[in-house]
Ligand binder design. Structure first.
Ligand code: FE2
Length: 337
């Protein structure tokens, strides 16, 4: 794990931030006023070194593959785990975790949500029995193998909603729960031969659009490359969970296999626990989630509760979507499920 990506708050920094964030009312719609409040509070309550790291990431001159923040403030009490799509203020003593993840997100980019990925601006990733076999954040029994979030959408000009990055933080911890794994594609590419990299750079792959994003006219991309841009700061479009990428030649399939093996080799696992927040740069850092069984409390509710926020550099690409809530968008033509 790259130590330059880890930022630890002191106890007094943690308490200062927590005291500032509890004063803000959470707005699940993600209104502009709420986000401006968070930006003002975060800039005054966060230590300078953390504001610098978030600003550098936003500017993207030399972005890190990921950022890990430790010893963050947490909600005083968690009473239960709610259903993932149901806004349930009574589940905990306040909205510190929501304000926390939104404050960090707001200093890196523009937070948003897509309605079918999460009904509120902060998405709850909570395993459900109904979704246990799904390749989504609500699933559990299948490994969500390494991927760039919504990679196929990078190639759909009128539909490019692949996020700049995503943030994850823990609200409740399942000791039997899964690790989230990250892999910096730059380190993986260093392990490949020039011939393999050349192959990954050629338009020899078709990427399936995630099920919920499919339209009649677009089930998969045309032939595209998995790697674009410079070796220092590449733009990656790989997805390694089953049947998502179709190589069009055997050489392309072979290079993709080697890329996948290298991604696994350079990866590391991290537990998304309360008090820890992880930012993943979705341009060249892949992420995965182990499969797990999940444990349940006495009331039968899952112990795992992780929150997620997507960020974009700006929301210009979202202008033709239906804003169901301020920053929660509904694609008009996507498959309804
Ligand atoms: Fe993901």
């Amino acid at each position: 794990m790259n130590k330059t990506c880890i930022f630890q708050l002191t106890d007094s920094e943690r308490d200062r931030l927590g005291n500032a964030l509890v004063e803000i009312a959470y707005d699940p719609h993600g209104s502009m006023g709420y986000i401006t409040d968070l930006r003002m509070i975060a800039l005054s309550a966060l230590p300078r070194r953390i504001v610098d790291a978030l600003s550098e990431q936003r500017a993207s001159i030399n972005p890190r593959s990921h950022l890990i923040f430790e010893n963050l403030p947490t909600d005083e009490q968690i009473f239960t785990t709610p259903a993932p799509e149901v806004f349930t203020p009574a589940a905990k003593s306040g909205h510190l975790s929501e304000n926390l993840i939104m404050a960090f997100a707001s200093l890196i980019g523009e937070p948003y949500s897509i309605f079918f990925e999460g009904a509120d601006i902060v998405n709850n990733l909570i395993p459900t029995r109904k979704s246990k076999g799904e390749y989504t954040g609500l699933g559990s029994e299948v490994e969500l193998d390494f991927h760039i979030e919504n990679a196929a959408l990078k190639f759909m000009d009128d539909y490019n909603f692949s996020p700049l990055g995503l943030l994850l933080t823990g609200v409740r911890h399942d000791p039997q729960g899964p690790l989230t794994r990250l892999a910096d594609a730059r380190a993986a590419l260093e392990r490949l031969t020039p011939e393999d990299i050349e192959c990954l750079r050629m338009p020899l792959y078709r990427i399936k659009v995630p099920y919920r994003w499919r339209r009649d006219s677009a089930q998969q991309t045309g032939p595209v490359s998995l790697v674009r841009g410079s070796p220092d700061l590449p733009e990656i479009s790989a997805v390694f969970y089953p049947d998502m990428v179709e190589p069009t030649t055997s050489a392309a399939a072979f290079s993709m296999e080697k890329f996948y093996a290298a991604i696994r080799e350079v990866s590391f696992g991290i537990d998304i626990v309360p008090g820890r927040l992880v930012y993943i740069d979705n341009r060249f850092t892949l992420h995965s989630r182990d499969k797990f069984n999940g444990t349940y409390d006495e009331a039968g509710n899952p112990m795992r509760w992780v929150q997620r926020v997507f960020v974009a550099p700006n929301l210009w690409n979202h202008r033709n979507l239906n804003p169901v809530k301020s920053r929660v968008f509904q694609p008009k033509e996507a498959a309804v499920c």
